[in-house]
Every structure is written in C-alpha cells, then in structure tokens.
Write a protein that binds this ligand. Structure first.
Ligand code: BJW
Ligand code: ZN
Length: 256
C-alpha cells in the first residue's frame, strides 16, 4: 500500500505508527536531499543541483579528472570544503540523530560525504561514499590526517610518492568494504527501512532498499519527488526532510 500525504504533512495510518514504534532493527538510508535544507546542492535531483566552472559533479568527481588535471580536481574539492564549512545540520539531520536511542538496533547508512550527520550527533553510522573532510593516498591508500602542504597552492604527496586526495568514492571506484558489508547486513536483517532524500540512481548503494524489501522490512520513503523507490515503498511521505522528519518524531515519540 502506498500512502501519499500532501507536501510536508504526515499521513500515516494508525497501525503504521505502532509498527514503526515497535520496530526492533531500523536502517535509515540517506542521500543528498537530507542536506538540501542546510543549503547543500544535490547531485542530480531536487532543483538545487550543483555545477562548477560549467561542469556537472559526474565530470568533476571523476577518476578521469583526478588523472588528467589533479589541480582542477583539488580546486573543485577545496571549493566544496570552503562552502561546506559554512553550513549547519538541519532539523532532518537532528531528528535522525535522536532516533538512534529509540530502537533496539539502529544504523544510519549515508551516501553523503558532507559530515553533517556526525555534526548533528549521529554515531551509529556508515558513510558509503566516504567523507570529503578526510584525505588518503591514491597509491597506498593510507589515511593522511595532516597535510604538510596547503593543497590550495601545492598538490599534496604521500611519502610513498602517491598523490593525496579527498577520501570520497568516485564513479568506478569500489565502496569501503567494511561500510558496505555493515550496510548490507543491516538491510538484510532490519524490520524497518527508511529512505530519505535520495534519487536511488547510484549503485551499489541503490541496491540496499531492494535488499531490505526482499528481507520483508517495512519501507518508508521521504522525498518531495517520486523516485524509482516509490513503487517499492509501503509509504511515501512527500515533502522536505527538514519538515517531515521532526513531524514524524512528534507523531511517534511525543508524550512518551
Ligand atoms: C529532498 C529534498 C529535501 C531534494 N528533502 N529530499 C549497476 C547498474 C548501473 C551502473 C552501475 C551499477 N553498479 C555500478 C554502477 C556504476 C556506478 C553507477 O551507479 N552509475 C549510475 C549513475 C548508473 N557506480 C559506481 O561507479 C560505484 N562504484 C562501483 O560500483 O564500484 C564497483 C565497480 C567498479 C568498476 C566498475 C564497475 C563497478 C561508485 C559510486 C560512487 C558515487 N559517488 C558520488 C560522488 C561522491 C564524491 C563527491 O561528492 O564528490 O556519490 S556520485 C553522487 O551520487 C554522490 C552521492 O552519494 C550519489 C547519490 O546521489 P543522491 O544522494 O541520491 O543525490 P541526488 O542528487 O541524486 O538525489 C537527491 C534527492 O533528494 C532527489 O530525489 C530529490 O528529490 C531529493 N530532495 N530536496 C528530501 N529537502
Ligand atoms: Zn601513499
């Protein structure tokens, strides 16, 4: 059954409230839309899509640009770090952080690299596509906490000779193995799977809702727009995450 509420109003049938409250293992799966109300542009959906020097993220966050023009590649990430240093988590991130203690088992699986979930207080979390604030060596994979050189002026290199780069997952690169394994296990065994603010167009992350569905989880989607996941969901809540999620928290937990 699919319940389609009006924009940013929650229209959950009574037994859904009880089913959500009594869920034992919960997975929340987020994408760029959760950060949209913090002012972070999305990649391909929702209107706030980013371009830089006339190029789309798929051309910029690419192994090809890293190889052919590491200076431009770094400049793109420095531009984003500069911008991201000015933004804050929104009520959507904060609601998710509060849900962590409400369920016996809880895992937040995010595709986002912006670090806003952690800033909002989420701890039980895996980052499938890395984190823009970390660096690692392209050759030996070593995490590099402190850069000897300012990447704005000098491209940073590892003692092994490899180029140091932001620790994010580009197209064609594999996801961090432990994060992916944890996400798959949690999706397979959860009884409630909530998808928030993702177009679910990027694989293998987009397989997670399908894995949860096959395992029999109750599926809820929060997104102002219809996506490929909508048909897979028991409930699609149409609206902005920063409005829907605090409302959902109130419906579920107020007066406890
Ligand atoms: C709101 C809102 C509000 C707005 N509230 N909501 C199987 C089939 C086909 C292709 C493949 C496949 N398996 C692998 C591939 C290839 C590729 C892929 O998926 N391509 C597709 C595009 C077709 N995948 C890969 O290459 C992955 N690696 C891999 O598979 O390795 C194995 C392998 C290796 C070699 C060969 C083959 C396989 C890696 C994927 C890495 C993704 N990286 C990025 C960039 C990160 C770095 C950076 O930031 O610079 O990750 S791409 C970008 O997309 C980013 C995101 O995490 C990811 C997902 O995007 P997301 O979050 O869904 O954002 P949007 O913008 O798409 O959607 C926003 C949504 O929010 C919209 O729905 C709005 O409506 C909504 N919204 N406002 C709530 N207020
Ligand atoms: Zn190295």
């Amino acid at each position: 059954m699919t319940e389609r509420g009006a924009a940013s109003s929650i229209n959950l049938p009574g037994d859904f409230v009880e089913r959500i409250r009594s869920a034992r293992a919960v997975v929340v799966f987020t994408g760029a839309g959760i950060s949209a109300e913090s002012g972070v542009p999305t990649y391909r959906g929702g209107g706030g899509t980013i371009t830089w020097r006339g190029l789309a993220p798929a051309e910029l966050s690419s192994p090809r640009l890293l190889r052919s023009d590491p200076r431009m590649f770094w400049d793109w990430f420095l531009f984003r770090r500069g911008f991201l240093s000015t933004v804050e988590p929104n009520p959507g991130h904060c609601s998710i952080a509060q849900w962590e203690d409400r369920f016996k088992s809880f895992l937040l699986v995010t595709q986002n690299v912006d670090g806003l979930h952690a800033k909002a207080g989420s701890r039980s979390m895996v980052e499938l596509h890395g984190n823009i604030w970390r660096n690692r060596c392209q050759s030996c994979n070593e995490a590099i906490a402190d850069l000897a050189d300012d990447p704005a002026t000098t491209l940073p290199y590892c003692p092994c000779g490899g180029l140091i780069r932001p620790d994010v997952v580009l197209f064609g690169e594999t996801l961090p193995a432990r994060a992916w394994r944890s996400a798959c296990e949690a999706a397979m065994t959860c009884d409630l799977f909530i998808t928030i603010g993702t177009s679910a167009a990027v694989y293998p992350a987009a397989e997670l809702p399908m894995i949860a569905r096959r395992g029999g989880a109750l599926m809820i989607e929060v997104n102002p727009e219809e996506t490929d996941l909508s048909a897979l969901s028991d409930v699609s809540l149409r609206g902005k995450a920063g409005e829907i999620l605090p409302e959902l928290s109130r419906s579920l937990f107020e007066g406890e």
